[in-house]
Write a protein that binds this ligand. Structure first.
Ligand code: S3P
Length: 426
Protein backbone atom coordinates (compact mmCIF):
# COMPACT_ATOMS: atom_id res chain seq x y z
CA UNK A 1 0.00 0.00 0.00
CA UNK A 2 1.49 3.33 -1.10
CA UNK A 3 0.67 6.40 1.00
CA UNK A 4 1.55 9.98 0.11
CA UNK A 5 1.95 12.93 2.45
CA UNK A 6 -1.47 14.53 2.88
CA UNK A 7 -2.63 18.04 3.55
CA UNK A 8 -5.85 17.46 5.48
CA UNK A 9 -8.14 14.65 6.61
CA UNK A 10 -11.80 15.62 6.87
CA UNK A 11 -15.07 13.88 7.52
CA UNK A 12 -17.31 11.91 9.85
CA UNK A 13 -16.58 8.22 10.18
CA UNK A 14 -17.61 5.12 12.09
CA UNK A 15 -14.88 2.70 13.04
CA UNK A 16 -15.55 -1.02 13.62
CA UNK A 17 -16.90 -2.55 16.81
CA UNK A 18 -14.77 -3.01 19.89
CA UNK A 19 -12.62 -6.11 19.62
CA UNK A 20 -12.56 -6.91 23.35
CA UNK A 21 -16.32 -6.55 23.71
CA UNK A 22 -17.04 -8.55 20.52
CA UNK A 23 -14.99 -11.51 21.83
CA UNK A 24 -16.75 -11.42 25.18
CA UNK A 25 -20.22 -11.14 23.62
CA UNK A 26 -19.63 -14.41 21.73
CA UNK A 27 -18.06 -16.23 24.67
CA UNK A 28 -20.66 -15.24 27.25
CA UNK A 29 -23.53 -15.53 24.75
CA UNK A 30 -22.40 -19.10 24.00
CA UNK A 31 -22.53 -20.19 27.65
CA UNK A 32 -25.65 -18.19 28.52
CA UNK A 33 -29.18 -19.53 28.55
CA UNK A 34 -31.16 -18.02 25.66
CA UNK A 35 -30.38 -16.14 22.47
CA UNK A 36 -28.00 -13.19 22.16
CA UNK A 37 -28.31 -10.71 19.28
CA UNK A 38 -25.08 -8.75 18.84
CA UNK A 39 -25.04 -5.56 16.77
CA UNK A 40 -21.88 -3.64 15.91
CA UNK A 41 -19.85 -6.87 16.07
CA UNK A 42 -16.26 -6.58 14.79
CA UNK A 43 -15.97 -8.81 11.71
CA UNK A 44 -12.19 -8.89 12.06
CA UNK A 45 -10.21 -12.12 11.86
CA UNK A 46 -9.60 -12.29 15.63
CA UNK A 47 -13.29 -12.22 16.53
CA UNK A 48 -14.11 -14.66 13.72
CA UNK A 49 -11.61 -17.04 15.34
CA UNK A 50 -13.65 -16.86 18.54
CA UNK A 51 -16.85 -17.66 16.62
CA UNK A 52 -15.13 -20.59 14.93
CA UNK A 53 -13.98 -22.07 18.26
CA UNK A 54 -17.48 -21.98 19.74
CA UNK A 55 -19.06 -23.44 16.61
CA UNK A 56 -16.62 -26.34 16.97
CA UNK A 57 -18.00 -26.83 20.49
CA UNK A 58 -21.57 -27.18 19.20
CA UNK A 59 -22.83 -23.60 19.51
CA UNK A 60 -25.04 -22.39 16.64
CA UNK A 61 -23.90 -18.90 15.61
CA UNK A 62 -25.61 -17.08 12.71
CA UNK A 63 -23.64 -14.30 11.09
CA UNK A 64 -25.36 -11.80 8.79
CA UNK A 65 -24.44 -8.32 7.57
CA UNK A 66 -25.82 -6.43 10.52
CA UNK A 67 -25.91 -8.87 13.40
CA UNK A 68 -24.49 -11.98 14.97
CA UNK A 69 -26.91 -14.29 16.72
CA UNK A 70 -25.63 -16.71 19.35
CA UNK A 71 -27.85 -19.58 20.36
CA UNK A 72 -26.59 -20.08 23.89
CA UNK A 73 -26.13 -23.62 25.20
CA UNK A 74 -25.95 -22.75 28.90
CA UNK A 75 -23.00 -22.95 31.30
CA UNK A 76 -22.65 -26.72 30.92
CA UNK A 77 -23.79 -27.15 27.33
CA UNK A 78 -20.52 -26.92 25.36
CA UNK A 79 -19.55 -30.13 23.52
CA UNK A 80 -16.14 -31.68 23.07
CA UNK A 81 -14.80 -30.44 19.70
CA UNK A 82 -13.96 -33.07 17.06
CA UNK A 83 -10.71 -31.28 16.24
CA UNK A 84 -8.19 -28.82 17.76
CA UNK A 85 -9.46 -25.32 18.41
CA UNK A 86 -7.59 -22.76 16.29
CA UNK A 87 -7.36 -19.24 17.69
CA UNK A 88 -5.42 -17.62 14.82
CA UNK A 89 -3.59 -14.46 15.88
CA UNK A 90 -5.85 -13.78 18.86
CA UNK A 91 -4.36 -13.62 22.35
CA UNK A 92 -7.75 -12.69 23.79
CA UNK A 93 -9.42 -15.78 22.28
CA UNK A 94 -6.64 -18.06 23.48
CA UNK A 95 -6.34 -16.76 27.03
CA UNK A 96 -10.04 -16.20 27.78
CA UNK A 97 -10.91 -19.58 26.30
CA UNK A 98 -8.44 -21.19 28.72
CA UNK A 99 -10.67 -19.95 31.53
CA UNK A 100 -13.84 -21.40 30.01
CA UNK A 101 -12.24 -24.66 28.86
CA UNK A 102 -10.70 -25.27 32.29
CA UNK A 103 -14.26 -25.67 33.58
CA UNK A 104 -15.52 -28.19 31.00
CA UNK A 105 -15.81 -31.92 31.54
CA UNK A 106 -13.91 -32.77 28.34
CA UNK A 107 -10.31 -32.55 27.14
CA UNK A 108 -9.42 -30.14 24.37
CA UNK A 109 -6.32 -28.90 22.52
CA UNK A 110 -5.95 -25.32 21.33
CA UNK A 111 -3.37 -23.57 19.19
CA UNK A 112 -2.93 -20.50 17.00
CA UNK A 113 -0.64 -18.94 14.37
CA UNK A 114 3.16 -18.44 14.60
CA UNK A 115 2.75 -15.28 16.73
CA UNK A 116 0.35 -16.96 19.18
CA UNK A 117 2.75 -19.88 19.56
CA UNK A 118 5.38 -17.44 20.84
CA UNK A 119 3.17 -15.57 23.31
CA UNK A 120 3.36 -16.47 27.01
CA UNK A 121 0.47 -18.56 28.31
CA UNK A 122 1.89 -19.35 31.76
CA UNK A 123 0.27 -16.10 32.91
CA UNK A 124 -3.10 -17.88 32.65
CA UNK A 125 -1.86 -21.44 33.27
CA UNK A 126 -0.51 -20.43 36.72
CA UNK A 127 -3.74 -19.06 38.27
CA UNK A 128 -5.95 -21.62 36.53
CA UNK A 129 -3.76 -24.44 37.88
CA UNK A 130 -4.15 -22.98 41.36
CA UNK A 131 -7.92 -23.33 40.78
CA UNK A 132 -7.44 -27.02 40.01
CA UNK A 133 -7.14 -26.92 36.21
CA UNK A 134 -4.78 -29.30 34.40
CA UNK A 135 -3.20 -27.57 31.42
CA UNK A 136 -0.20 -28.79 29.42
CA UNK A 137 1.66 -26.51 27.06
CA UNK A 138 5.02 -26.51 25.26
CA UNK A 139 7.59 -25.82 28.02
CA UNK A 140 4.60 -25.23 30.31
CA UNK A 141 4.10 -21.88 28.59
CA UNK A 142 3.28 -22.02 24.89
CA UNK A 143 0.60 -23.25 22.48
CA UNK A 144 -0.49 -25.86 21.60
CA UNK A 145 -2.18 -26.12 24.99
CA UNK A 146 -4.10 -29.19 26.10
CA UNK A 147 -6.70 -28.66 28.79
CA UNK A 148 -7.66 -31.78 30.69
CA UNK A 149 -11.08 -30.63 31.83
CA UNK A 150 -12.32 -34.16 32.36
CA UNK A 151 -9.96 -34.75 35.28
CA UNK A 152 -10.64 -31.85 37.53
CA UNK A 153 -13.08 -29.85 39.59
CA UNK A 154 -12.30 -26.17 39.92
CA UNK A 155 -12.35 -24.22 43.16
CA UNK A 156 -12.36 -20.46 43.66
CA UNK A 157 -9.14 -18.62 44.51
CA UNK A 158 -7.89 -15.39 45.93
CA UNK A 159 -5.42 -14.19 43.32
CA UNK A 160 -3.25 -11.11 43.16
CA UNK A 161 -2.45 -10.44 39.49
CA UNK A 162 1.29 -10.05 38.83
CA UNK A 163 0.55 -7.81 35.77
CA UNK A 164 -2.37 -5.51 35.07
CA UNK A 165 -3.86 -7.69 32.34
CA UNK A 166 -7.53 -7.94 31.42
CA UNK A 167 -6.85 -11.21 29.66
CA UNK A 168 -5.52 -12.89 32.83
CA UNK A 169 -8.24 -11.32 34.97
CA UNK A 170 -10.93 -12.48 32.53
CA UNK A 171 -9.56 -16.03 32.25
CA UNK A 172 -9.71 -16.37 36.05
CA UNK A 173 -13.21 -14.86 36.24
CA UNK A 174 -14.49 -17.17 33.50
CA UNK A 175 -13.03 -20.20 35.27
CA UNK A 176 -14.61 -18.80 38.44
CA UNK A 177 -18.04 -19.30 36.81
CA UNK A 178 -17.37 -23.06 36.98
CA UNK A 179 -15.60 -23.13 40.35
CA UNK A 180 -16.82 -24.12 43.76
CA UNK A 181 -16.75 -21.09 46.04
CA UNK A 182 -15.88 -17.46 45.56
CA UNK A 183 -13.14 -16.11 43.29
CA UNK A 184 -11.34 -12.93 44.33
CA UNK A 185 -8.89 -11.03 42.13
CA UNK A 186 -6.71 -8.10 43.12
CA UNK A 187 -5.38 -5.96 40.26
CA UNK A 188 -2.15 -3.94 40.50
CA UNK A 189 -3.82 -1.21 38.38
CA UNK A 190 -7.18 -1.04 36.63
CA UNK A 191 -7.32 -2.91 33.31
CA UNK A 192 -10.31 -2.99 30.95
CA UNK A 193 -13.40 -4.20 32.82
CA UNK A 194 -15.60 -5.39 29.94
CA UNK A 195 -15.85 -8.92 31.34
CA UNK A 196 -17.06 -7.67 34.72
CA UNK A 197 -19.64 -5.36 33.14
CA UNK A 198 -21.00 -8.02 30.80
CA UNK A 199 -21.15 -10.71 33.51
CA UNK A 200 -23.06 -8.29 35.73
CA UNK A 201 -25.48 -7.52 32.87
CA UNK A 202 -26.04 -11.27 32.48
CA UNK A 203 -27.07 -11.55 36.12
CA UNK A 204 -23.83 -12.77 37.74
CA UNK A 205 -23.03 -11.70 41.30
CA UNK A 206 -19.74 -9.89 40.68
CA UNK A 207 -18.58 -6.89 42.68
CA UNK A 208 -15.68 -4.52 42.05
CA UNK A 209 -14.34 -2.31 44.78
CA UNK A 210 -11.07 -0.47 44.32
CA UNK A 211 -8.57 -2.99 43.04
CA UNK A 212 -10.58 -6.02 44.18
CA UNK A 213 -13.12 -8.04 42.20
CA UNK A 214 -15.24 -10.74 43.82
CA UNK A 215 -17.28 -13.26 41.83
CA UNK A 216 -19.74 -15.80 43.17
CA UNK A 217 -20.41 -18.67 40.75
CA UNK A 218 -23.90 -18.49 39.23
CA UNK A 219 -26.34 -21.28 38.36
CA UNK A 220 -26.83 -19.78 34.89
CA UNK A 221 -26.09 -16.71 32.81
CA UNK A 222 -29.19 -15.10 31.30
CA UNK A 223 -28.66 -14.05 27.67
CA UNK A 224 -28.90 -10.33 26.95
CA UNK A 225 -28.48 -8.55 23.61
CA UNK A 226 -25.23 -6.61 23.14
CA UNK A 227 -24.69 -3.38 21.18
CA UNK A 228 -20.94 -3.24 20.64
CA UNK A 229 -19.60 0.33 20.64
CA UNK A 230 -16.94 1.44 18.15
CA UNK A 231 -13.44 0.46 19.23
CA UNK A 232 -11.46 3.30 20.81
CA UNK A 233 -8.30 1.37 19.86
CA UNK A 234 -9.29 1.72 16.18
CA UNK A 235 -10.48 5.31 16.67
CA UNK A 236 -7.02 6.10 18.11
CA UNK A 237 -5.41 5.94 14.64
CA UNK A 238 -7.70 8.72 13.45
CA UNK A 239 -7.36 10.72 16.68
CA UNK A 240 -3.61 10.86 16.10
CA UNK A 241 -3.91 11.39 12.33
CA UNK A 242 -6.39 14.24 12.82
CA UNK A 243 -4.13 15.89 15.39
CA UNK A 244 -0.84 15.70 13.44
CA UNK A 245 -2.00 16.30 9.84
CA UNK A 246 -2.57 19.99 8.99
CA UNK A 247 -6.08 21.23 8.07
CA UNK A 248 -7.88 18.25 9.57
CA UNK A 249 -11.15 17.74 11.37
CA UNK A 250 -12.47 14.23 11.95
CA UNK A 251 -15.54 13.11 13.90
CA UNK A 252 -15.73 9.47 14.99
CA UNK A 253 -19.20 8.30 15.96
CA UNK A 254 -20.33 6.23 18.92
CA UNK A 255 -16.92 5.34 20.35
CA UNK A 256 -16.68 3.23 23.52
CA UNK A 257 -15.30 5.46 26.25
CA UNK A 258 -15.14 3.07 29.18
CA UNK A 259 -12.75 4.85 31.60
CA UNK A 260 -10.45 1.78 31.63
CA UNK A 261 -9.82 2.41 27.91
CA UNK A 262 -9.58 6.20 27.54
CA UNK A 263 -5.92 6.70 28.42
CA UNK A 264 -5.24 7.63 24.79
CA UNK A 265 -7.61 10.61 25.02
CA UNK A 266 -6.08 11.75 28.32
CA UNK A 267 -2.54 11.57 26.94
CA UNK A 268 -3.35 13.23 23.61
CA UNK A 269 -5.09 16.06 25.47
CA UNK A 270 -2.07 16.42 27.77
CA UNK A 271 0.05 16.70 24.59
CA UNK A 272 -2.19 19.57 23.45
CA UNK A 273 -4.58 17.75 21.11
CA UNK A 274 -7.89 19.43 20.37
CA UNK A 275 -10.36 16.60 21.07
CA UNK A 276 -13.98 17.20 22.01
CA UNK A 277 -16.53 14.70 23.22
CA UNK A 278 -20.27 14.97 22.50
CA UNK A 279 -23.45 12.94 22.38
CA UNK A 280 -22.72 10.82 25.47
CA UNK A 281 -24.78 7.65 25.99
CA UNK A 282 -24.65 5.23 28.86
CA UNK A 283 -25.56 1.56 28.45
CA UNK A 284 -23.55 -1.38 29.81
CA UNK A 285 -20.65 0.51 28.20
CA UNK A 286 -20.50 4.32 27.85
CA UNK A 287 -20.11 5.83 24.35
CA UNK A 288 -19.75 9.27 22.77
CA UNK A 289 -18.73 10.97 19.50
CA UNK A 290 -15.15 12.22 19.36
CA UNK A 291 -14.00 15.16 17.24
CA UNK A 292 -10.32 15.88 16.68
CA UNK A 293 -8.83 18.91 14.95
CA UNK A 294 -5.26 19.67 13.86
CA UNK A 295 -3.25 20.57 16.93
CA UNK A 296 0.24 21.61 17.91
CA UNK A 297 1.44 18.70 20.01
CA UNK A 298 4.14 18.76 22.69
CA UNK A 299 6.06 15.90 24.30
CA UNK A 300 4.94 14.20 27.50
CA UNK A 301 5.68 11.33 29.87
CA UNK A 302 3.53 8.21 29.49
CA UNK A 303 3.98 5.72 32.34
CA UNK A 304 2.55 4.23 35.54
CA UNK A 305 -1.14 3.50 36.00
CA UNK A 306 -2.20 4.92 32.63
CA UNK A 307 -0.31 2.18 30.75
CA UNK A 308 -3.02 -0.54 30.97
CA UNK A 309 -5.58 2.12 29.94
CA UNK A 310 -3.80 2.68 26.62
CA UNK A 311 -1.62 -0.39 26.10
CA UNK A 312 -2.81 -1.05 22.52
CA UNK A 313 -2.56 2.63 21.59
CA UNK A 314 1.13 3.04 22.48
CA UNK A 315 2.37 2.37 18.91
CA UNK A 316 0.25 5.18 17.46
CA UNK A 317 1.01 7.43 20.44
CA UNK A 318 4.69 6.94 19.56
CA UNK A 319 3.81 8.34 16.11
CA UNK A 320 2.10 11.33 17.75
CA UNK A 321 5.25 11.86 19.83
CA UNK A 322 7.48 11.82 16.73
CA UNK A 323 5.40 14.71 15.31
CA UNK A 324 5.28 16.61 18.63
CA UNK A 325 7.74 19.26 19.75
CA UNK A 326 10.05 18.11 22.53
CA UNK A 327 10.71 14.84 24.27
CA UNK A 328 8.25 12.03 25.02
CA UNK A 329 9.17 9.22 27.39
CA UNK A 330 7.18 5.99 27.30
CA UNK A 331 7.97 3.85 30.36
CA UNK A 332 6.54 0.95 32.42
CA UNK A 333 5.45 -0.63 29.14
CA UNK A 334 7.33 -4.00 29.25
CA UNK A 335 4.08 -5.68 28.23
CA UNK A 336 4.44 -4.19 24.74
CA UNK A 337 7.22 -6.69 24.10
CA UNK A 338 4.82 -9.66 24.30
CA UNK A 339 1.99 -8.41 22.10
CA UNK A 340 1.36 -9.58 18.50
CA UNK A 341 4.97 -8.46 17.91
CA UNK A 342 7.60 -6.80 20.08
CA UNK A 343 5.95 -3.42 19.63
CA UNK A 344 8.76 -1.46 21.31
CA UNK A 345 11.42 -2.81 18.93
CA UNK A 346 9.07 -2.55 15.93
CA UNK A 347 8.11 1.09 16.48
CA UNK A 348 11.65 2.19 17.31
CA UNK A 349 12.97 0.60 14.09
CA UNK A 350 10.20 1.90 11.84
CA UNK A 351 10.08 5.47 13.19
CA UNK A 352 13.86 5.72 12.90
CA UNK A 353 13.56 4.50 9.30
CA UNK A 354 11.56 7.67 8.59
CA UNK A 355 14.25 9.84 10.21
CA UNK A 356 12.75 10.19 13.71
CA UNK A 357 14.98 10.29 16.80
CA UNK A 358 13.78 7.33 18.90
CA UNK A 359 15.74 5.26 21.41
CA UNK A 360 14.65 1.94 22.82
CA UNK A 361 14.72 1.56 26.61
CA UNK A 362 14.15 -1.50 28.77
CA UNK A 363 10.48 -0.68 29.35
CA UNK A 364 9.56 1.69 26.54
CA UNK A 365 11.21 4.36 24.38
CA UNK A 366 12.42 7.94 24.35
CA UNK A 367 11.27 10.01 21.40
CA UNK A 368 12.82 13.39 20.60
CA UNK A 369 10.01 14.78 18.49
CA UNK A 370 9.75 17.41 15.81
CA UNK A 371 12.36 16.04 13.38
CA UNK A 372 11.60 16.15 9.64
CA UNK A 373 10.23 12.75 8.68
CA UNK A 374 10.64 11.31 5.20
CA UNK A 375 8.65 8.64 3.41
CA UNK A 376 10.11 5.12 3.50
CA UNK A 377 9.19 1.48 3.04
CA UNK A 378 7.75 0.39 6.39
CA UNK A 379 7.62 -3.15 7.70
CA UNK A 380 4.65 -4.35 9.70
CA UNK A 381 5.96 -7.42 11.60
CA UNK A 382 2.65 -9.19 10.84
CA UNK A 383 1.12 -6.89 13.44
CA UNK A 384 -2.10 -5.05 12.61
CA UNK A 385 -1.43 -2.15 14.97
CA UNK A 386 2.10 -1.58 13.67
CA UNK A 387 0.70 -1.48 10.10
CA UNK A 388 -1.96 1.11 10.98
CA UNK A 389 0.41 3.18 13.13
CA UNK A 390 2.95 3.40 10.32
CA UNK A 391 0.18 4.27 7.84
CA UNK A 392 -0.69 7.24 10.08
CA UNK A 393 2.98 8.16 10.23
CA UNK A 394 3.24 7.93 6.43
CA UNK A 395 0.44 10.52 6.04
CA UNK A 396 2.73 13.06 7.72
CA UNK A 397 6.06 12.03 6.11
CA UNK A 398 7.50 13.98 3.17
CA UNK A 399 6.93 12.27 -0.17
CA UNK A 400 5.65 8.74 -0.57
CA UNK A 401 5.80 5.74 1.75
CA UNK A 402 4.94 2.11 1.34
CA UNK A 403 3.36 -0.14 3.97
CA UNK A 404 4.40 -3.76 3.40
CA UNK A 405 1.97 -6.60 4.05
CA UNK A 406 -0.84 -4.13 4.66
CA UNK A 407 -3.51 -6.87 4.65
CA UNK A 408 -2.61 -7.68 8.26
CA UNK A 409 -4.98 -4.84 9.27
CA UNK A 410 -7.85 -7.31 8.76
CA UNK A 411 -7.12 -8.76 12.22
CA UNK A 412 -8.92 -5.82 13.83
CA UNK A 413 -9.88 -3.33 11.10
CA UNK A 414 -10.51 -4.83 7.65
CA UNK A 415 -11.73 -1.49 6.16
CA UNK A 416 -8.96 0.68 7.61
CA UNK A 417 -7.57 1.86 4.26
CA UNK A 418 -11.09 2.46 2.85
CA UNK A 419 -11.86 4.75 5.79
CA UNK A 420 -8.56 6.55 5.27
CA UNK A 421 -9.49 7.03 1.62
CA UNK A 422 -12.91 8.38 2.59
CA UNK A 423 -11.16 11.05 4.68
CA UNK A 424 -8.94 11.94 1.72
CA UNK A 425 -5.87 10.10 2.94
CA UNK A 426 -4.91 7.44 0.35
C1 S3P B 1 -7.37 -7.38 25.84
C2 S3P B 1 -6.47 -7.07 26.83
C3 S3P B 1 -5.14 -6.50 26.57
C4 S3P B 1 -5.03 -5.95 25.17
C5 S3P B 1 -5.61 -6.86 24.14
C6 S3P B 1 -7.09 -7.12 24.42
C7 S3P B 1 -8.67 -7.97 26.21
O1 S3P B 1 -4.17 -7.52 26.71
O2 S3P B 1 -3.68 -5.66 24.86
O3 S3P B 1 -5.50 -6.31 22.84
O4 S3P B 1 -9.59 -8.00 25.38
O5 S3P B 1 -8.80 -8.41 27.36
P1 S3P B 1 -3.51 -7.86 28.15
O6 S3P B 1 -4.56 -8.40 29.03
O7 S3P B 1 -2.45 -8.89 27.82
O8 S3P B 1 -2.93 -6.59 28.65
Amino acid sequence: MKIKQINGLNGTITVPGDKSISHRAVMLGAIAKGTTHITGFLMGEDCLSTIDCFRKMGVQIDVSDNEVVIHGVGLHGLKRPQEQLYTGNSGTTTRLLCGILAGQDFDVTMTGDASIQKRPMNRVITPLSKMGAKINGVDGNFCPLTLHGADNKLHGINYELPVASAQIKSAVLLAGLYAQGQTTIIEPAPSRDHTERMLRALGVDIKSQGRTIVLNPPKDLTAKNVNVPADISSAAFFLVAGAIIPNSEITIKNVGVNPTRTGVIDVLKAMGADITESNFKNDVEPTCDLTVRTSKLKGTIIGGKVIPRLIDELPVLAVAAAFAEGQTIIKDAHELKVKESNRIAAMVTELNRAGADVKETDDGMIINGGKTLNGAIFETYNDHRIAMSMAVCALGCNGESEILNQDVVSISYPDFFDTLQKLGGV
